[in-house]
Design a protein around this ligand. Structure first.
Ligand code: NAD
Length: 435
Protein backbone atom coordinates (compact mmCIF):
# COMPACT_ATOMS: atom_id res chain seq x y z
CA UNK A 1 0.00 0.00 0.00
CA UNK A 2 1.21 3.50 -0.89
CA UNK A 3 0.29 6.43 1.34
CA UNK A 4 0.54 10.15 0.55
CA UNK A 5 0.50 12.89 3.17
CA UNK A 6 -0.19 16.40 1.86
CA UNK A 7 1.08 19.29 4.00
CA UNK A 8 4.20 18.65 6.08
CA UNK A 9 3.54 20.79 9.14
CA UNK A 10 3.20 19.58 12.73
CA UNK A 11 0.36 17.21 11.86
CA UNK A 12 1.46 16.03 8.40
CA UNK A 13 5.16 15.58 9.12
CA UNK A 14 4.46 13.72 12.37
CA UNK A 15 2.13 11.34 10.53
CA UNK A 16 4.53 10.96 7.61
CA UNK A 17 7.45 10.15 9.90
CA UNK A 18 5.56 7.71 12.11
CA UNK A 19 4.04 5.82 9.14
CA UNK A 20 7.38 5.72 7.30
CA UNK A 21 9.28 4.59 10.43
CA UNK A 22 6.99 1.57 10.54
CA UNK A 23 8.09 0.64 7.02
CA UNK A 24 5.07 1.93 5.08
CA UNK A 25 5.64 3.25 1.58
CA UNK A 26 4.99 6.97 2.19
CA UNK A 27 5.16 10.09 0.02
CA UNK A 28 5.19 13.38 1.94
CA UNK A 29 4.16 16.34 -0.20
CA UNK A 30 4.38 20.05 0.55
CA UNK A 31 4.19 23.17 -1.64
CA UNK A 32 7.11 24.69 0.27
CA UNK A 33 10.16 23.62 -1.74
CA UNK A 34 12.69 24.77 0.88
CA UNK A 35 10.84 22.88 3.59
CA UNK A 36 10.89 19.72 1.42
CA UNK A 37 14.64 20.08 0.91
CA UNK A 38 15.28 20.32 4.65
CA UNK A 39 13.03 17.38 5.47
CA UNK A 40 14.63 15.26 2.73
CA UNK A 41 18.01 15.80 4.34
CA UNK A 42 16.65 14.60 7.70
CA UNK A 43 16.16 18.00 9.33
CA UNK A 44 12.82 18.83 10.89
CA UNK A 45 11.77 22.40 9.96
CA UNK A 46 10.50 22.99 13.51
CA UNK A 47 11.33 21.64 16.96
CA UNK A 48 9.23 18.72 18.10
CA UNK A 49 10.58 16.05 20.47
CA UNK A 50 11.52 12.79 18.69
CA UNK A 51 10.35 14.05 15.29
CA UNK A 52 13.79 14.19 13.70
CA UNK A 53 14.69 10.74 15.02
CA UNK A 54 11.50 9.27 13.58
CA UNK A 55 11.97 11.14 10.27
CA UNK A 56 15.50 9.80 9.84
CA UNK A 57 14.34 6.22 10.49
CA UNK A 58 11.64 6.78 7.83
CA UNK A 59 14.11 8.23 5.31
CA UNK A 60 16.20 5.06 5.58
CA UNK A 61 13.10 3.04 4.67
CA UNK A 62 10.49 3.85 2.01
CA UNK A 63 9.88 7.58 2.45
CA UNK A 64 9.85 10.10 -0.39
CA UNK A 65 9.57 13.86 0.24
CA UNK A 66 8.54 16.02 -2.69
CA UNK A 67 6.59 19.02 -3.93
CA UNK A 68 5.41 16.99 -6.93
CA UNK A 69 1.69 16.20 -6.62
CA UNK A 70 1.74 13.83 -9.60
CA UNK A 71 3.17 11.12 -7.31
CA UNK A 72 -0.22 10.93 -5.63
CA UNK A 73 -1.53 8.99 -8.64
CA UNK A 74 -0.28 5.60 -7.38
CA UNK A 75 -1.44 6.08 -3.79
CA UNK A 76 -4.12 4.08 -1.99
CA UNK A 77 -4.58 6.55 0.86
CA UNK A 78 -4.11 10.31 0.69
CA UNK A 79 -4.04 12.22 3.99
CA UNK A 80 -4.52 15.99 3.79
CA UNK A 81 -3.00 18.07 6.61
CA UNK A 82 -2.75 21.52 5.01
CA UNK A 83 -3.15 24.50 7.33
CA UNK A 84 -6.58 26.04 8.01
CA UNK A 85 -5.69 29.34 9.70
CA UNK A 86 -8.05 32.18 10.58
CA UNK A 87 -9.04 35.25 8.64
CA UNK A 88 -8.80 38.65 10.32
CA UNK A 89 -12.53 38.40 11.23
CA UNK A 90 -11.99 35.02 12.95
CA UNK A 91 -13.59 32.95 10.16
CA UNK A 92 -11.75 29.89 8.89
CA UNK A 93 -9.39 30.38 5.91
CA UNK A 94 -9.84 27.47 3.53
CA UNK A 95 -7.66 28.58 0.62
CA UNK A 96 -4.77 26.19 1.38
CA UNK A 97 -6.94 23.13 1.74
CA UNK A 98 -8.92 24.10 -1.37
CA UNK A 99 -5.67 24.28 -3.35
CA UNK A 100 -4.50 20.96 -1.94
CA UNK A 101 -7.69 19.10 -2.88
CA UNK A 102 -7.76 20.81 -6.28
CA UNK A 103 -4.29 19.38 -6.96
CA UNK A 104 -5.39 15.94 -5.74
CA UNK A 105 -8.51 16.09 -7.95
CA UNK A 106 -6.43 16.89 -11.03
CA UNK A 107 -4.19 13.89 -10.41
CA UNK A 108 -7.16 11.60 -9.68
CA UNK A 109 -8.58 12.50 -13.09
CA UNK A 110 -5.67 10.65 -14.70
CA UNK A 111 -5.23 7.89 -12.14
CA UNK A 112 -6.46 4.31 -12.39
CA UNK A 113 -6.50 3.97 -8.60
CA UNK A 114 -9.54 4.35 -6.34
CA UNK A 115 -7.84 5.93 -3.34
CA UNK A 116 -9.26 7.14 -0.04
CA UNK A 117 -8.79 10.85 0.64
CA UNK A 118 -8.70 11.51 4.40
CA UNK A 119 -8.95 15.09 5.62
CA UNK A 120 -6.97 15.62 8.83
CA UNK A 121 -7.12 19.42 8.73
CA UNK A 122 -9.58 21.04 11.13
CA UNK A 123 -12.53 22.31 9.11
CA UNK A 124 -15.83 23.84 10.14
CA UNK A 125 -18.95 21.57 9.87
CA UNK A 126 -20.24 21.38 6.31
CA UNK A 127 -16.82 21.95 4.70
CA UNK A 128 -16.47 18.35 3.52
CA UNK A 129 -19.95 18.24 1.97
CA UNK A 130 -20.07 21.76 0.60
CA UNK A 131 -16.48 22.58 -0.30
CA UNK A 132 -14.07 19.63 -0.44
CA UNK A 133 -16.30 16.97 -2.00
CA UNK A 134 -17.51 19.22 -4.87
CA UNK A 135 -13.92 20.31 -5.66
CA UNK A 136 -12.66 16.73 -5.74
CA UNK A 137 -15.56 15.48 -7.90
CA UNK A 138 -15.33 18.43 -10.30
CA UNK A 139 -11.54 18.26 -10.74
CA UNK A 140 -11.34 14.47 -11.01
CA UNK A 141 -14.53 13.92 -12.98
CA UNK A 142 -15.11 11.00 -10.57
CA UNK A 143 -17.79 10.17 -8.02
CA UNK A 144 -17.00 10.11 -4.29
CA UNK A 145 -18.09 6.86 -2.65
CA UNK A 146 -17.73 4.95 -5.92
CA UNK A 147 -14.45 5.88 -7.60
CA UNK A 148 -12.68 7.35 -4.61
CA UNK A 149 -13.36 7.52 -0.89
CA UNK A 150 -13.62 10.70 1.15
CA UNK A 151 -13.31 10.57 4.92
CA UNK A 152 -13.09 13.20 7.66
CA UNK A 153 -10.29 12.15 9.99
CA UNK A 154 -9.69 15.01 12.45
CA UNK A 155 -6.42 15.09 14.37
CA UNK A 156 -6.08 15.52 18.14
CA UNK A 157 -2.31 15.61 18.63
CA UNK A 158 -0.67 18.22 20.84
CA UNK A 159 2.47 20.02 19.83
CA UNK A 160 5.35 19.00 22.13
CA UNK A 161 4.02 15.43 22.16
CA UNK A 162 3.09 15.15 18.47
CA UNK A 163 5.03 11.94 17.86
CA UNK A 164 3.73 10.20 20.96
CA UNK A 165 0.16 11.32 20.16
CA UNK A 166 0.48 10.16 16.53
CA UNK A 167 1.74 6.75 17.67
CA UNK A 168 -0.76 6.44 20.51
CA UNK A 169 -3.90 8.47 19.74
CA UNK A 170 -6.72 8.42 22.32
CA UNK A 171 -9.35 7.99 19.60
CA UNK A 172 -9.72 7.68 15.83
CA UNK A 173 -12.62 9.54 14.23
CA UNK A 174 -13.79 8.54 10.76
CA UNK A 175 -16.58 10.62 9.24
CA UNK A 176 -18.32 9.94 5.96
CA UNK A 177 -20.63 7.57 4.11
CA UNK A 178 -20.72 3.86 4.98
CA UNK A 179 -18.99 2.62 1.83
CA UNK A 180 -16.30 0.05 1.01
CA UNK A 181 -13.81 2.88 1.54
CA UNK A 182 -14.97 3.37 5.12
CA UNK A 183 -14.53 -0.37 5.76
CA UNK A 184 -10.99 -0.20 4.34
CA UNK A 185 -10.13 2.85 6.44
CA UNK A 186 -11.47 1.18 9.58
CA UNK A 187 -9.39 -1.91 8.89
CA UNK A 188 -6.27 0.23 8.24
CA UNK A 189 -6.63 2.09 11.54
CA UNK A 190 -7.49 -0.98 13.61
CA UNK A 191 -4.24 -2.57 12.42
CA UNK A 192 -2.23 0.61 12.97
CA UNK A 193 -3.73 1.30 16.42
CA UNK A 194 -5.12 -1.91 17.90
CA UNK A 195 -7.18 -1.26 21.08
CA UNK A 196 -7.87 2.40 20.19
CA UNK A 197 -11.54 3.30 20.04
CA UNK A 198 -12.79 4.23 16.55
CA UNK A 199 -15.79 6.53 16.18
CA UNK A 200 -17.49 6.10 12.82
CA UNK A 201 -19.94 8.85 12.02
CA UNK A 202 -20.94 11.27 9.27
CA UNK A 203 -18.81 14.15 7.97
CA UNK A 204 -20.47 16.99 9.85
CA UNK A 205 -20.38 15.17 13.20
CA UNK A 206 -16.69 14.31 12.73
CA UNK A 207 -15.97 17.96 11.91
CA UNK A 208 -17.90 19.10 14.98
CA UNK A 209 -16.15 16.58 17.28
CA UNK A 210 -12.85 18.39 16.68
CA UNK A 211 -14.35 21.78 17.58
CA UNK A 212 -16.15 20.28 20.60
CA UNK A 213 -12.83 18.92 21.79
CA UNK A 214 -10.87 22.15 21.45
CA UNK A 215 -13.61 24.45 22.71
CA UNK A 216 -14.00 22.28 25.83
CA UNK A 217 -10.27 22.48 26.50
CA UNK A 218 -10.34 26.26 26.02
CA UNK A 219 -13.30 26.46 28.41
CA UNK A 220 -11.38 24.57 31.10
CA UNK A 221 -8.46 26.98 30.72
CA UNK A 222 -10.59 30.13 30.90
CA UNK A 223 -12.47 28.65 33.88
CA UNK A 224 -9.31 28.02 35.88
CA UNK A 225 -7.85 31.39 34.86
CA UNK A 226 -10.92 33.19 36.13
CA UNK A 227 -10.70 31.28 39.44
CA UNK A 228 -6.99 32.13 39.51
CA UNK A 229 -7.81 35.84 39.27
CA UNK A 230 -10.25 35.48 42.16
CA UNK A 231 -7.63 33.60 44.22
CA UNK A 232 -5.11 36.34 43.61
CA UNK A 233 -7.34 38.62 45.63
CA UNK A 234 -7.80 36.18 48.53
CA UNK A 235 -4.66 36.50 50.69
CA UNK A 236 -2.96 33.11 50.94
CA UNK A 237 -5.21 31.30 48.41
CA UNK A 238 -3.39 29.01 45.98
CA UNK A 239 -4.90 28.08 42.61
CA UNK A 240 -2.64 25.04 42.16
CA UNK A 241 -3.95 23.34 45.31
CA UNK A 242 -7.47 24.06 44.10
CA UNK A 243 -6.82 22.75 40.57
CA UNK A 244 -5.03 19.65 41.85
CA UNK A 245 -7.89 18.83 44.18
CA UNK A 246 -10.82 19.40 41.83
CA UNK A 247 -8.83 17.53 39.16
CA UNK A 248 -9.04 14.40 41.33
CA UNK A 249 -12.79 14.37 40.79
CA UNK A 250 -13.18 12.01 37.80
CA UNK A 251 -16.07 14.14 36.54
CA UNK A 252 -13.63 17.06 36.16
CA UNK A 253 -10.22 15.51 35.34
CA UNK A 254 -6.80 16.96 36.08
CA UNK A 255 -5.64 18.15 32.66
CA UNK A 256 -5.97 21.67 31.26
CA UNK A 257 -6.45 23.17 34.73
CA UNK A 258 -3.08 24.86 34.82
CA UNK A 259 -3.80 28.57 35.40
CA UNK A 260 -1.66 30.95 33.40
CA UNK A 261 -1.58 33.89 31.01
CA UNK A 262 -4.31 32.41 28.77
CA UNK A 263 -4.48 29.88 25.97
CA UNK A 264 -2.48 30.44 22.81
CA UNK A 265 -0.93 28.37 20.05
CA UNK A 266 -1.93 27.50 16.54
CA UNK A 267 -5.17 25.69 17.46
CA UNK A 268 -7.26 26.80 20.45
CA UNK A 269 -7.56 30.54 19.63
CA UNK A 270 -8.28 30.02 15.94
CA UNK A 271 -10.63 27.08 16.46
CA UNK A 272 -12.57 29.02 19.11
CA UNK A 273 -12.91 32.01 16.79
CA UNK A 274 -13.95 29.80 13.85
CA UNK A 275 -16.60 28.03 15.96
CA UNK A 276 -17.95 31.34 17.27
CA UNK A 277 -18.08 32.72 13.72
CA UNK A 278 -19.82 29.54 12.50
CA UNK A 279 -22.37 29.58 15.35
CA UNK A 280 -23.22 33.23 14.65
CA UNK A 281 -23.62 32.50 10.94
CA UNK A 282 -26.15 29.74 11.62
CA UNK A 283 -28.08 31.96 14.06
CA UNK A 284 -26.84 30.61 17.40
CA UNK A 285 -25.55 33.17 19.87
CA UNK A 286 -22.55 31.36 21.43
CA UNK A 287 -22.70 33.09 24.81
CA UNK A 288 -20.49 30.62 26.67
CA UNK A 289 -17.86 30.44 23.91
CA UNK A 290 -17.80 34.24 23.72
CA UNK A 291 -17.20 34.42 27.48
CA UNK A 292 -14.38 31.87 27.22
CA UNK A 293 -12.67 33.98 24.54
CA UNK A 294 -13.24 37.25 26.38
CA UNK A 295 -11.82 35.79 29.60
CA UNK A 296 -8.78 34.67 27.64
CA UNK A 297 -8.22 38.04 26.02
CA UNK A 298 -8.57 39.83 29.39
CA UNK A 299 -5.97 37.65 31.07
CA UNK A 300 -3.12 39.43 29.34
CA UNK A 301 -4.47 42.78 30.51
CA UNK A 302 -4.30 41.50 34.11
CA UNK A 303 -0.58 40.90 33.66
CA UNK A 304 0.02 44.35 32.22
CA UNK A 305 -1.92 45.84 35.16
CA UNK A 306 0.29 44.04 37.69
CA UNK A 307 3.32 45.52 35.90
CA UNK A 308 1.90 49.04 35.80
CA UNK A 309 0.74 48.90 39.42
CA UNK A 310 4.26 48.07 40.54
CA UNK A 311 6.45 49.86 38.00
CA UNK A 312 4.28 52.85 37.14
CA UNK A 313 4.69 53.90 33.53
CA UNK A 314 6.27 51.19 31.40
CA UNK A 315 7.89 53.64 28.97
CA UNK A 316 11.66 52.96 28.85
CA UNK A 317 11.37 50.21 31.48
CA UNK A 318 13.45 47.16 30.65
CA UNK A 319 11.29 44.05 30.76
CA UNK A 320 12.61 40.53 30.30
CA UNK A 321 10.11 38.09 28.84
CA UNK A 322 11.01 34.52 29.74
CA UNK A 323 9.39 32.21 27.21
CA UNK A 324 7.76 33.09 23.91
CA UNK A 325 6.85 29.56 22.75
CA UNK A 326 3.14 29.02 23.36
CA UNK A 327 4.04 26.01 25.52
CA UNK A 328 7.23 24.26 26.63
CA UNK A 329 9.02 21.78 24.35
CA UNK A 330 8.06 23.53 21.15
CA UNK A 331 9.48 26.44 19.16
CA UNK A 332 6.02 27.42 17.89
CA UNK A 333 5.08 31.03 18.65
CA UNK A 334 1.92 31.17 16.50
CA UNK A 335 -0.78 32.99 18.50
CA UNK A 336 1.41 32.74 21.59
CA UNK A 337 0.20 34.92 24.48
CA UNK A 338 3.80 36.02 25.09
CA UNK A 339 3.91 37.49 21.59
CA UNK A 340 0.69 39.38 22.30
CA UNK A 341 2.14 40.62 25.58
CA UNK A 342 5.29 41.91 23.87
CA UNK A 343 3.17 43.76 21.29
CA UNK A 344 1.24 45.45 24.12
CA UNK A 345 4.44 46.33 26.00
CA UNK A 346 6.04 47.78 22.86
CA UNK A 347 2.99 50.02 22.41
CA UNK A 348 3.70 51.28 25.92
CA UNK A 349 7.30 51.94 24.84
CA UNK A 350 8.87 49.36 27.16
CA UNK A 351 12.26 47.91 26.18
CA UNK A 352 11.99 44.17 25.75
CA UNK A 353 14.56 41.39 26.03
CA UNK A 354 13.47 37.85 25.31
CA UNK A 355 14.87 34.51 26.32
CA UNK A 356 13.42 31.19 25.21
CA UNK A 357 15.26 27.85 25.08
CA UNK A 358 13.93 27.01 21.58
CA UNK A 359 11.82 29.82 20.13
CA UNK A 360 14.24 32.75 19.72
CA UNK A 361 14.52 32.22 15.94
CA UNK A 362 10.73 32.25 15.46
CA UNK A 363 10.39 35.25 17.79
CA UNK A 364 12.96 37.12 15.67
CA UNK A 365 10.78 36.40 12.63
CA UNK A 366 7.97 38.32 14.37
CA UNK A 367 9.81 41.27 15.94
CA UNK A 368 13.14 41.52 14.09
CA UNK A 369 15.21 44.36 15.55
CA UNK A 370 12.39 45.88 17.64
CA UNK A 371 13.40 43.87 20.71
CA UNK A 372 16.55 42.19 22.10
CA UNK A 373 17.21 38.47 22.41
CA UNK A 374 19.57 36.52 24.61
CA UNK A 375 20.47 32.84 24.64
CA UNK A 376 21.39 33.10 28.34
CA UNK A 377 18.74 33.72 31.00
CA UNK A 378 21.16 35.54 33.28
CA UNK A 379 22.28 37.92 30.52
CA UNK A 380 18.66 38.48 29.48
CA UNK A 381 17.95 39.60 33.07
CA UNK A 382 20.87 42.00 33.22
CA UNK A 383 19.68 45.52 34.14
CA UNK A 384 16.03 44.52 33.80
CA UNK A 385 13.27 46.24 35.81
CA UNK A 386 10.97 43.24 35.62
CA UNK A 387 11.11 39.60 34.57
CA UNK A 388 7.95 37.85 33.51
CA UNK A 389 7.74 34.07 33.20
CA UNK A 390 5.32 33.30 30.39
CA UNK A 391 6.11 29.73 29.26
CA UNK A 392 6.39 26.79 31.61
CA UNK A 393 9.89 25.76 30.53
CA UNK A 394 11.37 23.70 33.36
CA UNK A 395 14.68 25.60 33.01
CA UNK A 396 12.97 28.68 34.47
CA UNK A 397 12.51 26.77 37.74
CA UNK A 398 16.28 26.92 38.17
CA UNK A 399 16.30 30.70 38.56
CA UNK A 400 17.82 31.72 41.90
CA UNK A 401 19.16 34.76 43.71
CA UNK A 402 22.42 34.54 41.77
CA UNK A 403 20.69 34.61 38.37
CA UNK A 404 18.59 37.66 39.29
CA UNK A 405 21.47 39.49 40.96
CA UNK A 406 22.06 41.80 37.99
CA UNK A 407 18.44 42.94 37.66
CA UNK A 408 17.97 46.67 38.11
CA UNK A 409 14.75 46.10 40.03
CA UNK A 410 14.10 42.57 41.22
CA UNK A 411 10.45 42.34 40.21
CA UNK A 412 9.32 38.90 39.07
CA UNK A 413 5.88 38.13 37.67
CA UNK A 414 5.47 34.38 37.50
CA UNK A 415 2.51 33.39 35.31
CA UNK A 416 3.25 29.71 35.92
CA UNK A 417 4.09 29.73 39.67
CA UNK A 418 7.35 27.92 38.89
CA UNK A 419 9.24 29.86 41.56
CA UNK A 420 6.46 29.93 44.17
CA UNK A 421 8.36 27.71 46.62
CA UNK A 422 11.71 29.46 46.27
CA UNK A 423 13.05 32.00 48.70
CA UNK A 424 13.96 34.81 46.33
CA UNK A 425 15.31 38.15 47.29
CA UNK A 426 12.75 39.82 44.99
CA UNK A 427 9.29 41.36 44.74
CA UNK A 428 7.41 38.28 43.60
CA UNK A 429 3.92 38.09 42.07
CA UNK A 430 2.49 34.76 41.03
CA UNK A 431 -0.73 34.53 39.06
CA UNK A 432 -3.28 32.65 41.17
CA UNK A 433 -1.60 33.08 44.55
CA UNK A 434 -3.31 35.59 46.83
CA UNK A 435 -1.20 38.43 48.22
P1 NAD B 1 1.23 23.88 9.63
O1 NAD B 1 0.95 25.27 9.30
O2 NAD B 1 2.32 23.53 10.59
O3 NAD B 1 1.53 23.05 8.29
C1 NAD B 1 0.72 23.09 7.17
C2 NAD B 1 1.59 22.70 5.99
O4 NAD B 1 0.76 22.64 4.84
C3 NAD B 1 2.70 23.70 5.68
O5 NAD B 1 3.94 23.02 5.61
C4 NAD B 1 2.31 24.28 4.32
O6 NAD B 1 3.43 24.59 3.51
C5 NAD B 1 1.52 23.11 3.75
N1 NAD B 1 0.61 23.49 2.66
C6 NAD B 1 -0.18 24.59 2.56
N2 NAD B 1 -0.88 24.56 1.43
C7 NAD B 1 -0.56 23.39 0.81
C8 NAD B 1 -0.97 22.77 -0.40
N3 NAD B 1 -1.84 23.36 -1.21
N4 NAD B 1 -0.43 21.59 -0.73
C9 NAD B 1 0.50 21.00 0.05
N5 NAD B 1 0.91 21.53 1.22
C10 NAD B 1 0.38 22.70 1.60
O7 NAD B 1 -0.15 23.26 10.13
P2 NAD B 1 -0.39 22.17 11.28
O8 NAD B 1 -0.18 22.79 12.59
O9 NAD B 1 0.28 20.91 10.93
O10 NAD B 1 -1.98 21.99 11.11
C11 NAD B 1 -2.55 21.38 9.98
C12 NAD B 1 -4.02 21.18 10.24
O11 NAD B 1 -4.22 20.31 11.35
C13 NAD B 1 -4.78 22.47 10.58
O12 NAD B 1 -6.08 22.38 10.08
C14 NAD B 1 -4.81 22.46 12.09
O13 NAD B 1 -5.88 23.18 12.61
C15 NAD B 1 -4.95 20.97 12.37
N6 NAD B 1 -4.41 20.54 13.66
C16 NAD B 1 -3.24 21.08 14.12
C17 NAD B 1 -2.73 20.63 15.33
C18 NAD B 1 -1.48 21.22 15.92
O14 NAD B 1 -1.24 21.04 17.12
N7 NAD B 1 -0.65 21.91 15.17
C19 NAD B 1 -3.40 19.64 16.05
C20 NAD B 1 -4.58 19.10 15.53
C21 NAD B 1 -5.06 19.57 14.32
Amino acid sequence: MKIAVIGLGFVGLSLTSVLASKGNNVIGIDVDVEKCKKIRSGIAPFFEPDLEKMLRIGLKKKLTITDDFSLVKDCDMIFVAAGTPQKSNGAIELSMIKKAVTSIGRVLAKSKKSPIVLIKSTVIPGTMQNVILPILERRSGKKAGREFGLISNPEFLQESSAIRDTKFPHVIVLGGYQTKFMKKAKSFFSKLHPNVSITITNHQTAEMIKYANNSFLATKISFINQLSNICQNIPGANIDDIAKTIGLDPRIGALFLNAGPGYGGSCLPKDMKALIDFANKIGINPTLLNAVEKTNQKQIQNIVSIMENTLGTLASKRITVLGTAFKPNTDDVRDSIAIELIKKLLKKKAKITVHDPKAIRNTKNVFGGKICYDESITRALNNSHCAIIMTQWKQFGELNNKSIKCMKRKLIIDCRRILANKKLDAEYYALGIGK
